[in-house]
Design a binder for this molecule. Structure first.
Ligand code: MN
Length: 501
């Protein structure tokens, strides 16, 4: 499972043409290399940047695009037109390119040398119109893409490229990715359903169901020695509640949680899975609902969705890949309960157990009864989440398309300690406010399950949905109920017609 984005690479590709002569092209090549090296060394850039020689013919462009499409570790291209590169030369290449590209609209020289500028300078620094020619063919081919404008050494420009590259890494991770489902959907739930064949065609990952007995078999084969080792890990990492300590009345329940965790990890590793789902309706042979196991596996980078929610499991995995190496965590989440006080309406997000400790500030390990499910008391990590910016995202199957719905929020402290709530929780105020955010979310058909992150932003998710070729809907400070209603109607029309455009 991918854990380090520096294992991956993006190719820096410069367009030009022969018209300018040998000397100019040498200069283009040199300048281009300098930009590629600077990006490679930038902290804002999460992957390796590989310089590629300047492209001046349709054949060279086509060859490069084919090489990029099959290169093992290549996540996509950063394209730049140093000079004018007649864009019919790019048609065959772009049509054959199976990886995403971002268009960097920059110029090697930041400033116009007002006193000395001559036609040589003008001919070498032509991105202003060269980038437009390249842009036309992207639009003519109806390729959704990101265009980053500004000087390449500028921090904001590098940041925007870095955001896109992270989205491209998540897309790379989805191609051939595998989601395991232990049990099916929770009965009668609608939004967590969807067409897995459509998802595989659109997104590249596969979803495979397993009878919970397949998991139980692996869980039951876990040895006592492995469980003892895991209990030591728990003791070292967490504040273990007194009943779950050695000699305590709930010690055996914690051991059972360790057995489930070891078995699940083994199952997922053996199958090469990067995301998984459970459902509390189908736990035959498991002593307790996997809580601690799910939490710790999520913290290791696995995507997760409860109640069979494979779309959210895959989304959480993608968000975790985008966030690799960044501050702040990412978790499966559910809008659980509301505070509707007129002084400030807010959401308490949580789940029955399965919130990722990557978003928490320290964890207590506790065992408590579960109100639903009729199983033994499950172990779970209980924690609060520190204040800061966050984002919720939800992926729905709308029948004729997938929709990614995104709503940034502000994570705030609870009004008071929550001594009787035995699960991890987050309190947030969505933008622009709960009234508009929840109203718009519901009109858009947004799920109760989300991927929640305090690392990535709406920009990562917008770039990701563009690469994935799906609908992106944002609820933020510019949203009103009437604006979202219009956008939903327009989008319905657009996606009905889009295949013919
Ligand atoms: Mn749920």
């Amino acid at each position: 499972m991918l854990k380090n984005l520096k294992e991956l690479e993006a190719w820096f590709v410069t367009g030009s043409q022969h018209l300018y002569g040998e000397e100019t092209l040498k200069q283009v090549d040199k300048n281009s290399k300098e930009i590629a090296v600077a990006l490679d060394q930038s902290n804002a850039i999460p992957v390796k940047i590989i310089f590629k020689p300047v492209l001046t013919t349709p054949e060279a462009i086509h060859t490069l695009c084919q090489e990029a499409s099959t290169a093992e570790n290549c996540i996509g291209l950063i394209t730049w037109m140093h000079t004018f590169s007649p864009a019919r030369m790019w048609i065959a290449g772009l049509k054959s390119l199976s990886k995403p590209f971002v268009h960097l609209h920059t110029q090697f020289n930041r400033d116009i040398p007002w006193d000395s500028i001559d036609m040589d300078f003008m001919n070498l620094n032509q991105s202003a119109h060269g980038g437009r020619e390249f842009g036309f063919i992207g639009s003519r081919l109806r390729i959704d893409r990101k265009v980053v404008v500004g000087h390449w050494a500028n921090a904001e420009v590098q940041h925007k490229l870095g955001v896109w590259l992270r989205a491209a890494c998540a897309w790379y991770d989805w191609q051939g990715g595998k989601v395991a489902r232990f049990g099916d959907n929770m009965r009668e739930v609608a939004v967590t359903e969807g067409n897995k064949v459509s998802a595989q065609i659109q997104f590249g990952y596969s979803v495979s169901g397993y009878g919970v007995g397949d998991l139980v078999e692996v869980v039951n084969s876990v040895s006592n020695a492995e469980i003892s080792d895991m209990m030591e890990v728990y003791e070292a990492l967490y504040e273990v509640s007194s009943e779950a300590k050695e000699g305590g009345s709930l010690r055996d329940a914690l051991k059972e949680a360790a057995r489930i965790e070891i078995g699940m990890r083994s199952f997922l590793e053996q199958g090469g899975f990067s995301a998984f789902t459970t459902t509390f309706e189908d736990l035959h042979g498991l002593a307790q609902l996997p809580g601690l196991a799910v939490q710790r596996l999520m913290a290791e980078g696995y995507g997760f969705g409860a109640e069979g929610d494979w779309k959210t499991a895959a989304l959480v995995r993608a968000m975790k890949v985008m966030a690799i190496g960044m501050e702040g965590g990412t978790s499966f989440m559910e809008d659980y309960t509301y505070h509707l006080h007129p002084d400030g309406m807010k959401v308490l997000g949580a789940h029955m157990l399965e919130v990722c400790p990557s978003i928490g500030d320290g964890s207590n390990l506790e065992v408590h009864p579960l109100g639903i499910g009729g199983k033994a008391d499950p172990a779970r990590l209980v924690f609060d989440v520190a204040s800061g910016p966050g984002v919720n995202a939800s992926l729905m199957d709308m029948g004729n398309r997938f929709r990614l719905l995104v709503n940034p929020c502000n994570v705030i402290p609870a009004d008071a300690p929550l001594p009787n709530l035995p699960v991890a929780r987050v309190v947030w105020q969505p933008y622009p406010n709960l009234e508009v955010a929840a109203g718009a979310w519901i009109l858009a058909g947004g799920a109760h399950h989300t991927g929640f992150s305090m690392a990535i932003t709406k920009e990562h998710l917008e770039d990701f949905s563009e690469i994935a070729g799906i609908e992106f809907l944002l609820i933020d400070n510019d949203t009103t109920i009437s604006s979202i209603k219009k956008e939903l109607r327009w989008n319905d029309l657009y996606y009905h017609l889009a295949k013919g455009l």
